[in-house]
Design a protein. Structure first.
Length: 227
């Protein structure tokens, strides 16, 4: 089958909107592949810090994006392990610092360009659920279903707080809220591929809604669609 025949569902939205959990659950229910595009940006940020690359050096960052290898190893009932240049980096990638660095390097157009083909290579039969900021607008504009998730900043901060605490990170709610607002502004205001819903995206506000209900709603849309 050529790539054009392989269906894609895109799930975009800001940090803490529930994208990751919802996309992963949806991919599992459909038996499709899953792309966590944020992990690619986080991995490039991490590799750049290992190589002591100046975050203002766009050319070096773009080279780093082209050269960094990222491998996902699935685990039953748990988040996948992520290897960056062969080094198991799953928990280093989840920190707020890794998120902020990813957001900074993601504003560099050459970094984004270097990751386009890598992201599209995840489109494999029988289908792909792609999670990110520009999946529906730039990477997979032809996706069969595009979803844009939102939630209030307070609720997103609270979700991140619970997630990070569960993983053993020391964080405070007020710091997380501040970081989330700063990251939202940077991701939404950058000139290239800013965080915004595709014109044909379904908008879902997940404030006060459980993950399962959102997954059911998106799943119903996918199953109703003749792809
Ligand atoms: O989804 P995440 O929190 O893991 O993403 C981390 C950062 O990476 C996010 O703040 C912006 C950037 N990113 C992006 O610019 N485009 C994407 N498709 C995914 C993430």
């Amino acid at each position: 089958m050529d790539k054009a025949g392989i269906p894609v569902v895109t799930i975009d939205g800001p940090s803490g909107s529930g994208k990751g959990t919802i996309s992963r659950a949806l991919a599992e229910r459909l038996g499709w592949h899953f792309l966590d595009s944020g992990a690619l940006y986080r991995a490039v940020g991490l590799a750049a810090s290992w190589a002591d690359i100046d975050l203002n050096d766009d050319d070096a960052l773009a080279r780093c994006a082209a050269e960094t290898s990222v491998q996902f190893v699935d685990r039953k009932g748990d988040d996948p392990l992520v290897f960056v240049n062969g080094v198991e980096s799953s928990s280093d990638l989840r920190t707020e610092l890794a998120g902020a660095t990813a957001s900074a390097i993601a504003a560099v157009p050459a970094v984004r360009a270097a990751l386009v083909d890598k992201q599209r290579s995840f489109r494999q039969a029988p289908g792909l659920v792609a999670d990110g900021r520009d999946m529906g607008t730039v990477i997979f504009p032809e996706a069969v279903i595009k979803v844009f998730l939102t939630a209030s900043a307070d609720e997103r901060a609270e979700r991140r707080y619970k997630q990070l605490k569960q993983k053993g990170f020391e964080v405070t709610l007020s710091t997380l809220l501040r970081e989330i607002l700063a990251r939202d502004a940077r991701d939404a205001e950058r000139p290239v591929a800013p965080l915004k819903p595709a014109s044909d995206a379904i908008l879902i506000d997940t404030t006060g809604i459980g993950i399962d209900e959102v997954v059911d709603r998106v799943l119903a849309q996918v199953l109703a669609n003749p792809y």
